[in-house]
Write a protein that binds this ligand. Structure first.
Ligand code: Z5A
Length: 226
């Protein structure tokens, strides 16, 4: 049986990494094979492209070129990691995926939606997520969370290419993700991520149980941690 594909989306500091990891741990505790991964990145080739994209060196080339680079990274990630895992019955939990391109490069970056759709059709095809959580917090709160993380010992020293954008950019991102959630209710679930972490995690777990019934999935004991 094919594994399930779950993605986390939203603006910066909304808690995607935190909740993707918590969900992966909960699924593993049921005895399921789980692969926790992220975009851009998640495979050897895509991690190299992640470095290029987040360093900002591709920014002067314009949003169309960045879109193509995100798509190239996604192609490698799908081919090397996501599709093989799903085919083995493994549950894939991914921190960002194609919706980030739709919102960052499409809704906010103003890349022609026909180009975004065409790339998605070619690269993603029918490997769309079974379930997508859109974590929502006001842009300012999300930015405060990432700034706080930067101040912690061992935290990143500088903002990356997107974190460094102005507040208006982050507000537009939020609107883009809210519109996406409203347009695709069968796949996307909007989560109020201003709530305490434990409450957010419990809401996510309830939705996964209701929609994908992990307790009924065949047990897959292989350790597939990266
Ligand atoms: N990008 C794109 O443009 N196009 C694409 O197609 C793709 C991506 C795939 C990747 O950055 C960048 O690439 C991204 C979009 C662009 N833009 N940026 N920046 P990334 O992977 O480095 O970072 P990110 O995806 O934006 O995530 P993030 O900023 O690292 O945040 P997060 O994962 O959403 O949040 P977190 O790390 O789980 O939590 C942040 C802090 O908040 C942390 O200290 C938590 O402990 C705390 N937190 C989390 N939840 C809570 C709650 N509920 N209450 C209080 N505090 C909380």
């Amino acid at each position: 049986m094919r594994g399930r594909f779950i993605t986390f989306e939203g603006g910066e500091g909304t808690g995607k990494s935190t909740h993707a990891a918590t969900l992966a741990a909960r699924l593993k505790s049921l005895g399921l094979g789980v692969r926790l991964t992220r975009e851009p990145g998640g495979s050897v080739g895509a991690e190299i492209m992640r470095h290029i994209l987040l360093s900002g060196v591709a920014k002067p080339l314009g949003p169309e070129v960045e879109t193509v680079l995100f798509a190239a990274a996604r192609d490698d990630h799908l081919t090397e990691v996501i599709r093989p895992a799903l085919a083995r019955g493994i549950w894939v939990v991914c921190d960002r995926f194609a919706d980030s391109t739709r919102v960052y490069q499409g809704a906010v970056g103003q890349v022609d939606p026909r180009a975004i759709r065409a790339l998605e059709r070619v690269i993603v095809g029918d490997t769309m997520p079974d379930l997508t959580f859109i974590l929502d917090v006001p842009a300012e709160q999300g930015m405060q969370r990432t700034a706080k993380r930067r101040d912690k010992p061992g935290g990143p020293e500088t903002s990356d290419r997107f974190e460094a954008e102005a507040i208006e950019f982050h507000e537009k991102l939020r609107d883009g993700f809210l519109t996406l959630a409203a347009n695709e209710p069968a796949r996307c679930v909007l989560i109020d991520a201003t709530l305490p972490k434990e409450q957010v995690a419990d809401q996510i777990w309830r939705v996964v149980n209701d929609r994908l019934e992990p307790t009924l999935a065949p047990i897959q004991l292989a350790d597939v941690s990266p």
